[in-house]
Design a protein. Sequence first.
Length: 250
Amino acid sequence: MRRYGPFYLKKKLVEKRLEAEVIKAGVPAYDTTKEVLMLEKLFPQYEPDIVVLVFLPNDLFTNTPIISNENINIEDKSVRKKDEKSSSLNLLTLYKRILISSDWVYSKLYTMTGRSQYFSSTPTKTFKDQLSITKDLLLRALRYSKSRDAELIVLSIPQQFQVLYKANGYSLENSDVEIIDNELVAFAKENGFTWISVLDVLADYSNNEDTDLYYRLDGHLNSEGNRVVSEYFTEMFIEILGKRANNPGR
């Protein structure tokens, strides 16, 4: 959404007469591994004072160790296959739409998939292994940024399942939708970088306004979800800029 994200941030910085250049370098479908490599590729060109990485649980699922800068192909634009669209809506698709229109059914179905292990209150070996890989990647991004006098901020955006679960106060056996953020918030605090989670913000808004913030079929933030995230992040970012202004040596 061009009205939100970096565009919204830049607009608000201009309105508040804060001198800052916003560089949009995000690539759809990139996980933390590719983001870190992209950071190292682009940093010398722009030399930013603050680096913002966006983290989603999907990144935890797919992150891999960086063996060398050549082991993963980095492209400036993501390559996506064209969807094969049917000319008519068949009964199976209609049934699926009906099922996922229910918050409870959607949340329950998610806990029946393989990805539910990443939200188990009893961490699995896979979760621990992927969490370790992700922490190593974040440390690499942090060390790279700090060595060049740049501050690292991570914006954590939850999945639709997490927001529905928390907004509705569901209690699903052996599930903890906050476990990823809790682990990485503590890790960020321990290592001195900023972790901004919007799970509570989205859950509270969804509950109070009784509105969807994601597209049900693909799980992406819709216009309203993007607006809520952009406004909250911008507020936090401006607060960070204020602290930097009061601490010029940082």
